[in-house]
Design a protein around this ligand. Structure first.
Ligand code: AKB
Length: 355
């Protein structure tokens, strides 16, 4: 059967892996608007009902199981993939080889599927990939402080398995976008900005703060954990020093930026990887704001030296000029605005509704 005929018989779809996670939670809601292809969502565990009903189909699937992914996607013409499935930095240090399996082999599976579908339909499949500030690595706090705001290609010497995984997958995505099977007779090369079989795009997420969900397994979790604990009236012991400083943004800003990159004409993109962030507070500055809004909050600081060293290896702030110039990235909030306009109103409402 002609490939094009085969293609016409399949349902166009947007495929999301790791859909039940924090980013997936916000992305599904943002994507499930009108005039969008059906959402096909997968995760290792069932999605909560509110997310499931926004998807055309949801499946339990492991991104490391290529056969399962092939069977699952055989019914769809995949137009876009948001590959969110990952083992984050802290959890990855407890099981580094498992993290490599999920973070790298899982991503290879997704890129291969995208390449095969891109060849089948004669148009590149868009793969949107969340990398991380974990892709950076500083050898000392002095080096981190001296570097200030870093661009995408400086100081990329990660000290965590998660950071190594994310940096390698950035390079893999560039390969699939521009050099895939470059010596094969039938290869479809990506020229400067078009064609090829995979249209790979990547944002490096900073720490993310959501009013709706609490992260698990990350090393930047101290900020959302601190805020949610205060909103629940629980004491919080912060695992990093008060002066610890890394870039953050709110989850809505991260989702908006991700979709803005996804929607950008490929011809306007001068890079594969883009930094995004909104503010770079210290843990102490966040604690002061939390106490301003939750005066009864009890926050103490007991640094965990090993998790502290991970945070100290990450940049204090990011240079987001490339994202601003290429596809119009712009932060929505300062830290203070984020608390006043989004975090405190939504988190208060959320915990009032459950109390
Ligand atoms: C983590 O802490 O591992 C993640 C990240 C910064 O990518 N939230």
């Amino acid at each position: 059967m002609e490939q094009s005929t085969l293609g016409e018989r399949r349902q166009p779809a947007v495929f999301i892996t790791g859909a039940g996670g924090e980013v997936g939670h916000g992305l599904i809601t943002a994507l499930s608007g009108d005039h969008r292809p059906d959402i096909v969502a997968t995760d290792l565990r069932d999605l909560e009902h509110g997310l499931r009903k926004q998807c055309a189909s949801t499946y339990l699937a492991d991104v490391c199981d290529r056969d399962a992914l092939d069977r699952l996607l055989a019914m769809y013409q995949v137009k876009e993939i948001y590959h969110l499935a990952a083992v984050l930095s802290t959890r990855a240090e407890l099981a580094p080889e498992v993290a490599h399996q999920v973070n790298v082999n899982g991503t290879v599976n997704i890129l291969q599927i995208a390449a095969e579908q891109g060849r089948m339909y004669g148009e590149p499949v868009k793969v949107v990939f969340p990398s991380s500030i974990a892709a950076y690595g500083f050898g000392s706090l002095a080096q981190k402080t001296e570097a200030g705001a870093v661009s995408e290609y400086e100081h990329c010497k990660p000290s965590t398995m998660y950071g190594c995984n994310k940096l390698y997958c950035e390079h893999l995505g560039r390969y699939y976008a521009h050099s895939y099977r470059q010596l094969a007779q039938d290869s479809v090369q990506g020229d400067d900005k078009n064609r090829g079989v995979v249209d790979f795009r990547c944002v490096r997420y900073p720490g993310l703060i959501s009013a709706e969900t609490i992260p698990t397994g990350g090393t930047s979790d101290f900020v959302p954990e601190m805020l949610h604990a205060a909103a629940r009236g629980e004491a919080y012991t912060c695992f990093v020093r008060e002066d610890s400083r890394i870039p953050f943004m709110t989850m809505p800003e991260a989702i908006d930026a991700t979709l803005k990159l996804a929607a950008a004409p490929r011809s306007t993109l001068t890079q594969i990887v883009y930094n995004i962030a909104s503010f770079s507070p210290s843990a102490g500055e966040v604690a002061a704001l939390v106490k301003h809004y939750f005066p009864n909050a009890v926050i103490s600081f007991e640094p965990d030296e090993r998790r502290q060293s991970i945070v100290d290896s990450w940049p204090a702030s990011l240079d987001c000029t490339a994202a601003e110039n290429d596809w119009g990235f712009a932060p929505t909030h300062t830290l203070e605005q984020a608390f006043e306009e989004y975090l405190v109103p939504r988190i208060t409402k959320q915990y009032e509704s459950v109390s």
